[in-house]
Design a binder for this molecule. Structure first.
Ligand SMILES: [Zn+2]
Length: 159
């Protein structure tokens, strides 16, 4: 297991601790320093009913975050109903985090998320690990519309 796998597994596990909400996703986040050690972690609504996972981890992080990587089970938000001035994408950029690894792009359930675009425009390296998306989605199934295309069905087109 490489480091990205290890830390993303931890972020996805942390998401499961989030109190469930009908108005927000359950997300986990971990900040890892350039030396490979964990600096801080957080999950949705862990310290108050509105806090986001990335925001919570950043609030706990101390010291220089230059060169740090933030792992999040969901794309960091670019718009939020609560605290519109403190989106996770802007907090990450302000903290000087240089790399963000996500498992899942935010679906358009509450807002259209442009977190990845904002981070990339600010010079942050963004990596997606789609192999973790199913696990990141699983804790949020109550918020998601039922899939219309069964994944298990193989499609075939006539030649
Ligand atoms: Zn957020």
């Amino acid at each position: 297991m490489n480091d990205d796998d290890r830390w993303m597994s931890r972020a996805v596990e942390l998401a499961r601790r989030s109190p469930r909400s009908s108005a927000a996703f359950a997300v986990g986040a971990v900040i890892v320093g350039a030396d490979g050690a964990e600096i801080a972690s957080g999950w949705s609504r862990d310290v108050d009913p509105l806090v986001h996972a990335e925001e919570s981890a950043l609030l706990r992080a101390r010291g220089d975050l230059t060169g740090a990587t933030l792992y999040s089970s969901l794309e960091p938000c670019s718009k939020r109903a609560s605290r519109p001035e403190a989106t996770c994408a802007s907090l990450i950029i302000a903290a000087g985090i240089s790399r963000v690894v996500i498992a899942w792009h935010e679906p358009d359930v509450f807002v259209t998320c442009e977190g990845v675009a904002l981070l990339t425009a600010a010079g942050v390296d963004v990596v997606e690990m789609p192999e973790f998306a199913e696990r990141a989605r699983a804790v949020n199934s109550h918020l998601l519309p039922a899939r219309t295309t069964p994944r298990s069905t193989r499609r075939a087109w006539p030649r």
